[in-house]
Ligand binder design. Structure first.
Ligand code: GAR
Length: 192
């Protein structure tokens, strides 16, 4: 039986897109749910394009009920993959899926992480610090923002004159290249 992946995303979902493309071809695992906190997120359209069911949650449901855990259990989810999901994962979910929730962050953690550090805020902070390099981190998720055990990191060079768009592009290239591959390695190790 194929292993089941749930993607959580809040925005455009370009990483979700790469994951859905990758696992469409995978004999061992498939994406069976896209969950978002944002009814306007473009990731919902992307899920539709792949005919993958989606669920829009709200703060009350996500933080104060067991409905998300019930949904994940009903779909027999093995791994939760955060792809630009901006809400902190509540402890009941972390306890239910220990070592089974992973995230991608657009910087070389532990630098440029923590609350409020997402998307362009991260890239702008990297630029403001005059860093010679940017990068990405794929890590397990715990109860704090961007603090779980690292799984994989990659770096890119920041050239003189690189603007926000350029830095964002370089980071995104790395994310799209590595996230599906790393998720595949992890899910293959999970025993169903
Ligand atoms: C990605 O760059 C991801 O690393 C970042 O949000 C972006 C989502 O882009 N996540 C964080 O900043 C988490 N702290 P996408 O919607 O195009 O995949």
């Amino acid at each position: 039986m194929k292993k089941h992946i749930a993607i959580f995303a809040s925005g455009s979902g370009s990483n979700a897109q790469k994951l859905m493309e990758h696992f469409k071809r995978d004999p061992q695992a498939e994406v069976v749910l896209v969950l978002t906190n944002n009814p306007d997120a473009y990731v919902l359209q992307r899920a539709d394009n792949f005919e993958i069911p989606s669920h829009i949650t709200d703060r009350n449901e996500f933080y104060h009920t067991n409905r998300i855990i019930d949904l994940l259990k009903n779909l027999d989810i093995d791994l939760i993959v955060l792809a630009g999901f901006l809400w902190l994962i509540p402890e009941n979910l972390i306890n239910e899926y220990p070592g089974r929730i992973i995230n991608i962050h657009p910087a070389v953690l532990p630098k440029f992480g923590g609350k409020g550090m997402y998307g362009d805020f991260v890239h702008k902070a990297v630029m403001a610090a005059n860093e010679p390099e940017g990068g990405i981190t794929i890590h397990y998720v715990d109860a704090n923002y961007d603090e779980g055990e690292f799984i994989y990191q990659a770096k890119y060079k920041i050239d003189k004159g690189d603007n926000l768009e350029m830095i964002k592009f370089k980071g995104q290239q790395l994310e799209h290249l590595h996230y599906p591959r790393v998720v595949e390695t992890i899910i293959k190790k999970i025993k169903k």
